[in-house]
Design a protein around this ligand. Structure first.
Ligand SMILES: Nc1ncnc2c1ncn2[C@@H]1O[C@H](COP(=O)(O)OS(=O)(=O)O)[C@@H](OP(=O)(O)O)[C@H]1O
Ligand SMILES: Nc1ncnc2c1ncn2[C@@H]1O[C@H](COP(=O)(O)OP(=O)(O)O)[C@@H](O)[C@H]1O
Length: 296
């Protein structure tokens, strides 16, 4: 029995760092806290480990860490394999020259096995007020209840931080969309189902995002809601301000919205036909199920 206890073993002559502690460090060592006591997962032992998570309204999921059941998973201890430095290939990306891609032995598939899902991005596009944020939340909730890990990148929210330097002219919108797509790509690589909800009004910007992802991993969802419905909702009073000329370049008023010509999912709503956000979320979840994204 290979029980790892105490401080991390030293790697390449570096002394063990006793500053590393907490759940992340414990997880690295194979320790996971279950109901307050330390349970130990054993590499290659064929034993699974119960983990409690996904709490909602009193219901709990008990899931097992598949990686720990997988006899092919083993720790590499040689420096080259761990650091990935045996794969040196100089490249250039944008203004960055002489850069080297660093590859790790733990990859996307390993993370997906652990999470029992496939990393991807659900890209929700549509007019302001079309219900993007609402459906993003409903979707996140629906997937969470199924024990799936999601993260929402909402245009409005990301503009409070990472994209606070950007406005709403075409160039800034393109940069806003590009950055969110790059972040979504990192989340997808982490094995997470990333939900991006932003107007993303221009087709060519959305197509550029799609090109960043492997085939199938960019799932474009169009909120097909007529402008008058969005304008009647106007929860933030922005259409009113735009019509009064107090906001310039407002999407749908004096800046264009280009609907997708071909996308994976259309969530349609008319004045008469009111579909609930949870029904819309179910449509997306069915798609994910059918395409195999809810399993590793
Ligand atoms: N000029 C203009 N046009 C459109 N929207 C505007 C504008 N100015 C501010 N807002 C508010 O910003 C939110 C849109 O941000 P996004 O990052 O989704 O926009 S974009 O994808 O870069 O076009 C958008 O949020 P939602 O209503 O949730 O879509 C608006 O609240
Ligand atoms: N399926 C729906 N049916 C009726 N109203 C909705 C629906 N989805 C969203 N809404 C309402 O429409 C308004 C705009 O929704 P929101 O999610 O903020 O849109 P967006 O993020 O596209 O700007 C909100 O007041 C919300 O409650």
């Amino acid at each position: 029995m290979n029980v790892v206890r105490g401080a991390r073993p030293s790697i390449c002559g570096l002394p063990p760092r006793d500053t590393e502690s907490g759940p992340a460090a414990a997880a690295k060592l194979g320790f996971v806290k279950v109901n307050g006591s330390n349970a130990i997962g054993l590499e290659g032992s064929g034993k699974s480990l119960g983990l409690r998570g996904g709490v909602d309204g009193g219901s709990r999921f008990v899931r097992s860490i598949k990686a720990m059941e997988d006899p092919t998973v083993s720790f590499r201890t040689d420096c080259a394999a761990i650091s990935g430095t045996n794969l040196r290939q100089m490249s250039t990306a944008g203004n960055s020259t002489n850069i080297v891609w660093h590859k790790c032995t733990v990859d996307k598939q390993d993370r997906e096995r652990l999470l029992q899902q496939k990393g991807c991005v659900i890209w929700i596009t549509g007019l302001s007020g079309s219900g993007k944020s609402t459906v993003a939340c409903a979707l996140s909730q629906g997937l969470h209840l199924r024990g799936k890990l999601t993260y929402i990148l909402d245009g409005d929210n990301v503009r409070h931080g990472l994209n606070r330097d950007l406005g709403f002219n075409a160039e800034d919108r393109a940069e806003n969309i590009r950055r969110i797509a790059e972040v979504a790509k990192l989340f997808a690589d982490a094995g997470i189902i990333c939900i991006a909800s932003l107007i993303s009004p221009y087709r060519k910007d959305r197509d550029a995002c799609r090109a960043l992802f492997p085939e199938g991993d960019f799932i474009e969802v169009f909120m097909d809601v007529p402008l008058n419905v969005c304008e009647n909702r106007d929860p933030k009073g922005l259409y009113k301000l735009a019509r009064a000329g107090k906001i310039k370049g407002f999407t749908g008023v004096d800046d264009p919205y280009e609907p997708p010509l071909k996308c994976e999912i259309v969530l349609q709503q008319t004045e008469r036909d009111c579909v609930s956000p949870s029904n819309m979320a179910e449509t997306v979840i069915s798609y994910l199920e059918e395409k195999g994204y809810l399993q590793a």
